[in-house]
Write a protein that binds this ligand. Sequence first.
Ligand code: ADP
Length: 302
Amino acid sequence: MSTQFLAIGECMVEMAPTGEGTFAMGFAGDTLNTAWYARKCLPASWTVGYCTAVGDDKVSDQMLAFLEGAGIETSAIQKRDDRTVGLYMIQLKDGERSFAYWRSQSAARCLASDRAHLDNVLGRAGLIYFSGITLAILPAEDRTAFLEALHKARAGGAKVAFDPNLRPRLWEDAETMRACVTKAAGLCDFVMPSFEDELAHFSDPTPDASADRYLAAGAGMVVVKNGPEQVICATEDQRQSFQPKPVSGIVDTTAAGDSFNAAFLAEYLVTGDIVASVDAGAGLAGRVIQHRGALVDVLEPA
Ligand code: ADP
């Protein structure tokens, strides 16, 4: 099996307030966050790559340099001269963060437009990771092509992991979101939803109901996260629940799910041990939420 962890989606420029009236530039995005943490969790025998599209300009080059600096391979990233990368700005009001986005014309929306490139990139991966946001930003015809490419890569031996990350505002309508996410889940070895989203957008009464729904769609294993509550891991013939350890001093829950997914998958790919994988996921997420920001270097024991 290939030992490449390949995440696919959109990395954005982040402008975060410094508290002095200025903003500091960083880079983040759900699938990128997971790639970043996966690089820290996986052994050196695995490579971690990111697949997206960026512009042919200075800020895009800075993004690529950032990825490479984090040990993430960028050879699957296409450069386009007609678009550039998306951006979001964080604003603080009374300690609450709000986000403004400029991403509707981002280069990442074209990440699946070159079918041969997509087949080639996915065909080399051992584990392909994507999210509902990856699907949401694609034009409808590219979503279909993307799912076909996933199907082909999986037939060729790749494992596929998916966080539905339901964001209705990025989709044309909620019905399309639910249909597309359900179809995608059916092509996956691991579906890793957060119950809060599933309750809000699929009206699942319980985390078990979310697991049942994704298993019925064809998912191999469903891992339902639920903030401080139990994590459920379910396959057709087994179901276990795990209580994450209590976390004190939580300051920012950004990237809790993204970091959980990275540490869970990294452990599972290497050991196949479900208990150790949930422990790794919850352990990393628990440390990430004790710090501000999406990308926190917290792998050293506290
Ligand atoms: P998301 O960021 O997708 O909303 P969740 O809130 O479901 O993700 O959290 C993902 C994981 O992060 C949980 O399964 C848990 O391990 C950890 N986590 C999140 N919030 C807490 C919390 N308040 N206390 C302890 N662990 C938490």
